[in-house]
Write a protein that binds this ligand. Structure first.
Ligand code: 4DW
Ligand code: GAR
Length: 200
């Protein structure tokens, strides 16, 4: 798991691992931010928690190559970004091609990038939501695995909308990881099919 902050999605995944919903273990949680609360959550789960300081590397590429080395040591099958706020270099993406997931707080391809709950409100859409997708070399462009739809209310603010979307994130991210681990994801170009999907 790669994180940069509070790690509520990490917590939802930890819970899904502990309950047995996701038949996997979290080998390592890496943060590029030293005081990210997600590192604390990892330690409470007795997972390895590592702070990787970007300032110790001369470039994004060097930092990412160090991450690749570290992750290879842990013999991981899947890299999950959960509020990880750095763009991954092509070298990183190539090293784990098809095995990197991200959660985004909008219905992609609408509202890529940052601050997207505000963008959805400003645009006046009536529904937003969240998207779990594979990560490719672009930003928020990889094949979509699962989406959760959330209605926008007339009195919504960024705060109220973010909370409603986050509740949905915490459902669909573990589901997507579960399907990956159970080898139920079938990727055909941009289309990702899920075998035997169960409604929560
Ligand atoms: C994401 C998208 C854009 C930024 C940060 C995070 C979420 C998805 C993601 C993270 N890393 C990725 C992806 C992705 O979809 N594809 C690749 N890597 N290849 C973003 O713009 N970050 C900038 C910094 C923001 C900040 O520090 O506040 C940045 O320059 O990294
Ligand atoms: C989540 O809302 C996630 O969708 C978003 O950051 C938040 C992280 O929260 N990710 C992005 O905006 C990626 N572009 P968390 O640290 O509590 O999981």
């Amino acid at each position: 798991m790669l994180i940069s902050g509070r790690g509520s999605n990490l917590q939802a995944i930890i819970n899904a691992v502990e309950s047995g919903q996701v038949p996997a273990s979290i080998r390592v949680v890496i943060s590029n931010v030293e005081d990210a609360y997600g590192l604390e959550r990892a330690r409470k789960h007795q997972a390895e928690a590592v702070f990787c300081n970007p300032k110790n590397y001369s470039s994004r590429r060097e930092f990412d190559l160090a991450l690749v080395d570290l992750l290879k040591k842990y013999e991981i099958d899947l890299v999950c970004l959960a509020g990880y706020m750095r763009i991954l270099s092509p070298e990183f993406v190539q090293a784990f091609k098809g095995r990197i997931m991200n959660i985004h707080p909008a219905l992609l391809p609408s509202f890529p990038g940052l601050d997207v709950q505000q963008k959805a409100l400003d645009h006046g859409v009536k529904f937003s939501g969240c998207t779990v997708h594979f990560v490719d070399e672009g930003v928020d462009t990889g094949p979509i695995i699962l989406q959760g739809v959330v209605p926008i209310e007339e009195d919504d603010t960024v705060e109220t909308l973010s909370i409603r979307i986050l509740r949905e994130e915490h459902k669909i991210y573990p589901m997507a990881i579960q399907a990956f681990v159970e080898e139920r994801l079938i990727v055909e170009g941009r289309r990702v099919k899920i075998r035997d999907i169960v409604d929560l």
